[in-house]
Design a protein around this ligand. Structure first.
Ligand SMILES: *[C@@H]1O[C@H](CO)[C@@H](O)[C@H](O)[C@H]1NC(C)=O
Ligand SMILES: *[C@@H]1O[C@H](CO)[C@@H](O)[C@H](O)[C@H]1NC(C)=O
Length: 425
């Protein structure tokens, strides 16, 4: 090695060490940014409703809503708790909620300095940006670990609680792909097919005490504030499911996303216009692995609580569909799809999603999982007519950029992003 090469080698090493050091510091900062002080906040009751015209809210009977014909008037529900579960198309849904919130000038309860409420700590009101007891918020929708009493003290009495679930085998696969690198015990799994190897003998690899281990076992149940490591026959599993049933008025399913939105529209008295969406945070086809039937069975067995949870809410979902009317639902879904396709042709360059490298505007580039560039995004058409320009932009904007636009200061998340850009991770 000559002197010049040596020098180059040295400076590379230095860069690497420095990069690693900075990355570690940022990770540490991120973890420590969870408010550690648990001061007790005074309990000032929140108004019954935070709507601008609360008296009008009663114009629609809350019972028998499914029998309502479209001709009857009702007032849209604006007080909403959306429990954002992980890897469940919830970024797509957030885009819908953001636009709804802007349309009705609603007040969001946002987190501070990052895009979640100090997940995986349980939610506390003190995590909400600029929170003061007695304040009135309309919508809360960022990632949190659900904590019913604290949420109840933050939101009005008539808040609609909604959430979304996904087939646990698919969810597990997606979570493994997206978060696997954040779970240290996966680092020592030999083989290029870590997921397959893990599912071959999960009890051997899984460490319930391991850092971030919840991402890889019953993540849904965990997100709802429950214990994800219970045995399936533990009575607390049934209790947990009942707890979710009692708290959430609508549990949507990723596999029936459009159907879910129509049920939501019915439950909250929204309009079809409110439901328009483009898919966000979708993975490039080549990185979406198709689970073999055997792996799927193993994933379900490994995530048995989530599977039970999912089956339970699959049943309640189809009961709601029956009540709404299967034919009526099919017609509404067809209309929604037609409207979405129409919007895609108006807004999206090339009509569909592209890889992040092909996205021209920085503001349209989606956040990527660590060590990947697999999340697809969109290019806004250049010559969108004036009527649609604003809507197109908002519909296409990735979650973090939209949050920033809504006034959330994401300095920690962004700093982390810059460091990753620099070390190219
Ligand atoms: C709901 O509707 C059914 C028939 O459509 C009616 O018999 C029933 O009394 C209604 N229930 C309430 C609480 O209004
Ligand atoms: C969900 O419910 C439907 C209707 O009852 C049933 O056909 C389907 O097999 C269920 N899916 C799962 C995953 O349980």
């Amino acid at each position: 090695m000559n002197g010049k090469q040596m020098k180059k080698y040295r400076s590379r090493c230095k860069g690497l060490v420095l990069g690693t050091l900075v990355a570690s510091c940022v990770i540490l900062l991120y973890c420590l940014s969870t408010p550690q002080i648990h001061f007790s906040l005074p309990e000032v009751p929140v108004p019954y409703s935070c709507a601008h015209h609360p008296s009008q809210l009663r114009s629609k009977p809350t019972t028998n809503s499914s029998q309502q014909t479209t001709g009857q008037t009702c007032t849209p529900k604006v007080d909403i708790m959306f429990m954002k579960t992980h890897k469940t198309a919830s970024s797509t849904f957030l885009n819908i909620l953001f636009r709804f919130g802007e349309k009705h000038q609603l007040k969001f309860a946002f987190p501070n300095s990052r895009n979640d409420f100090s997940y995986p700590s349980l939610f506390e009101r003190s995590h909400v940006k600029d929170y003061r007891p007695g304040m009135c918020f309309n919508i809360i929708c960022n990632h949190m670990r659900f904590n019913a009493p604290e949420v109840a003290k933050l939101l009005p009495m008539d808040t609609s609680y909604i959430t979304i679930l996904r087939d646990p085998a698919e969810l597990f696969e997606s979570s493994f792909h997206y978060f696997g690198r954040l779970v240290p015990f996966t680092w020592k799994i030999p083989s290029d097919y870590k997921l397959t190897e893990f599912l071959r003998d999960p009890h051997f690899y899984f460490d319930p005490e391991g850092f971030n281990s919840f991402y890889l076992k019953n993540l849904l149940f965990f997100d709802f504030g429950q214990d994800n490591t219970l045995e399936l026959n533990d009575p607390r599993v049934e209790e947990g499911i009942k707890f979710i049933t009692d708290h959430f008025q609508l549990v949507m399913l990723v596999e029936y996303f459009e159907e879910s939105l129509i049920l939501l529209k019915d439950a909250l008295c929204w309009e079809m216009d409110d439901l328009l969406f483009f898919k966000h945070n979708a993975r490039k086809g080549s990185t979406v692995s198709k689970l073999t039937p055997e792996l799927r069975a193993r994933a379900l067995e490994w995530n048995a609580i989530d599977w039970k949870l999912y089956q339970h809410f699959n049943q309640t979902f189809w009961k709601k569909v029956d009540a709404y009317g299967l034919q009526r639902l099919a017609e509404d879904v067809a209309e929604l799809r037609r409207r979405n396709a129409e919007m895609a042709s108006i807004c999206i360059e090339g009509g569909g999603s592209v890889e992040t490298g092909s996205i021209q505007e920085k503001v349209m580039k989606p956040w990527q999982p660590i060590g990947e560039k697999s999340i697809m995004g969109y290019n806004l058409k250049k010559n969108v007519d004036k009527v649609h320009r604003k809507l197109c932009r908002k519909m296409l904007m990735p979650e973090l950029q939209y949050l920033t636009e809504l006034g959330v200061n994401l300095w920690l998340t962004k700093l982390w992003g810059h460091v990753r850009d620099i070390i190219n991770w």
